[in-house]
Design a protein around this ligand. Structure first.
Ligand SMILES: Cc1cc2nc3c(=O)[nH]c(=O)nc-3n(C[C@H](O)[C@H](O)[C@H](O)COP(=O)(O)OP(=O)(O)OC[C@H]3O[C@@H](n4cnc5c(N)ncnc54)[C@H](O)[C@@H]3O)c2cc1C
Ligand code: SF4
Length: 322
């Protein structure tokens, strides 16, 4: 680990003006610093800022502070009752100890688990060393993405929480040297393209202050289904976040997002289009799953993810419309 300076921000304005690298729970950043993957020279601890509350706004939206711990958010009464997909996604991630440390802002910005990215003995990683190539292409790629990949990077986005927030159509609020702005989660994560080192829409020095979720859809049923190699403490091979409303046995509203298969939390617009207005029946779930994976590009070791993700969608839709 290289030397770095450490300071604790006393206000949001001060943090936004300080530059440097923010640290929340530290469960991603400190690991990467120890591994030599990241070497920030200035750490700005934001954990003392007043951004750790969850509140319902007058317009019905839910405001989640960037410093709300993953465990607190998962067990928050409103989240459990009205945004169940988010609670389930959070509880499916990491371990209780990690969730007690991890923050909402840090979770959104966690970095890929691609082993070549996290092992500096491999120099050929375009995300870490732009222009150096991609060791995962033609290497071990069982865990890699099948949607949104490019010739320069096939790394999977690892967050469960962000997949649920994608299905809930969250908005991310930031504050930086140029002031405040808000970014729809659909616009927050970048596809790798030719610049996999650019992962999101944040500009230098911008601090995530909070996330807002639209007013709850009280008639909806919500499911986060995560399929993985072992029952806990493991990243997704494929996951599906579903928010669905039916009436008269027909689907009247549906949002589907996928995890474990995309280079970013993956909104399955094609699946939603195939489901809207249809009877809540397996044949339509299957057709939607086919549509969602139509453009999948599997690698040498992860072809199984295509059918796994399809079955994940079918199962999650079955649960959400039961
Ligand atoms: C063993 C292990 C297993 C895991 N399993 C899972 C899993 O199954 N599913 C899953 O989703 N996740 C999993 N995780 C990842 C975990 O969820 C993240 O490490 C955690 O959410 C990161 O939050 P943090 O507050 O600790 O982030 P930090 O490490 O503090 O920060 C992460 C990044 O966010 C930046 N940052 C932090 N806060 C802000 C802010 N407010 N504004 C701007 N930038 C900010 C930091 O600069 C850094 O780049 C696992 C982690 C470990 C170590
Ligand atoms: S998949 Fe992306 S993160 Fe992994 S080695 Fe290739 S460029 Fe690096």
């Amino acid at each position: 680990m290289q030397n770095f300076s450490y300071s604790k921000a006393e206000s949001v304005e001060q943090a936004a003006a300080m530059g440097g690298r923010f640290i929340g729970g530290g469960t991603t950043l400190v690991d990467l610093m120890k591994q030599g993957v990241e070497a920030p020279t200035q750490l700005v601890d934001v954990t003392g800022l007043p951004l750790a509350t969850v509140e319902t706004l007058p317009n019905g939206e839910l405001k989640v502070g960037a410093l709300v711990r993953n465990s607190d958010l998962a067990h928050h009464e409103t989240v459990k009752a009205q945004y169940a997909v988010l609670s389930q996604a959070l509880l499916s991630g990491a371990s209780p100890q990690l969730r007690n440390m991890a923050t909402t802002g840090g979770n959104l910005l966690q970095r890929t688990r691609c082993p070549y990215f996290r092992d500096t003995s491999y120099t050929n990683c375009n995300k870490r060393n732009p222009g150096a190539g991609c060791a995962a292409l033609g290497g071990h790629n069982r865990m890699m993405a099948i949607l949104g990949t490019s010739e320069d990077c096939i790394a999977t986005h690892p967050s469960d929480m962000a997949v649920a927030m994608t299905a809930l159509e969250a908005t991310i609020h930031v504050e930086g040297p140029k002031g405040k702005r808000e970014i729809a989660i659909a616009d927050f994560y970048r596809l790798p393209g030719t610049t996999p080192n650019v992962e999101n829409a944040l500009e230098p020095g911008e601090l995530i202050t909070h996330v807002t979720l639209p007013a709850p859809r009280k008639e909806s049923k919500q499911v986060y289904l995560k399929l993985r190699d072992r029952a806990s403490y493991e990243f997704a091979l494929a996951s599906a976040a579903v928010v669905a409303e039916t009436s008269g046995g027909h689907i009247r509203y549906v949002r589907v997002a996928l995890g474990g298969v995309g280079t970013r939390p993956w909104r399955a617009h094609e699946a939603e289009a195939a489901l809207m207005g249809k009877p809540a029946k397996t044949e339509h779930f299957r057709a939607a799953a086919e549509a969602a994976l139509k453009n999948a590009k599997p690698q040498s070791e992860n072809g199984f993810k295509v059918e796994l993700a399809r079955r994940c969608i079918v199962r999650a839709m079955t649960m959400a419309t039961a």
